[in-house]
Design a protein around this ligand. Sequence first.
Ligand code: HEM
Length: 123
Amino acid sequence: MFETTHLHITTWVLGLVLFFVAYSLHKKGNEKASKISHMILRVFYILIIITGAALFFIHSSIDAALYGVKFILGILVIGFMEMVLVRSKKGKSVQVMWILLIIALLATLYLGFRLPVGFNFLA
Ligand code: HEM
C-alpha cells in the first residue's frame, strides 16, 4: 500500500484541489466554506506527509540526496500553500508566496516524476 506512489498521488492531487477551492471561496467572500475546506486541507497535509515519508523511508537508499531534496520540496509546497491561504485571509500581500508556491510545485512534480518509483516519464 505504501510502497507504490498511488496513495501519495491521490493525497497531493486532492490537497491541491482543496487548496484552490479554499482560495477561490475566500476570494468570493464565502469565509465559512473557505474555512471548512482549509481545515480539510490541513488533514490532507498530514496525509501527504505520511504517504511521502513512507515512500522516502522505503526507497531513499536508491539515491539518498535526491530523495532528501524531494522530501524538502514537498514540505515547502505545503508551507507555501498554507502561507498563501493564511496571508490572503489576513489581507496581506500574497504575490511572492504564489510565485514561490508555483516554483516549488513545479520542482516537486519534476523531481517526483523523475525519481525511479512509480511514474518516471521524465527520466
Ligand atoms: C504537495 C506536495 C507534494 C507533491 C505535489 C508531490 C508530488 C510527487 C510526485 C509527482 C511524485 C512522483 C509519483 C510517481 O512517480 O509515481 C512523488 C513521489 C514521492 N514523494 Fe511527493 N509530493 C509532495 C509531497 C511530498 C512530501 C511532503 C514528501 C516527504 C515527506 C514526499 C516524498 C515523496 C517520495 C519519497 C516520493 C517517491 C519518489 C519516486 O518516485 O521515486 N512528497 N511526489
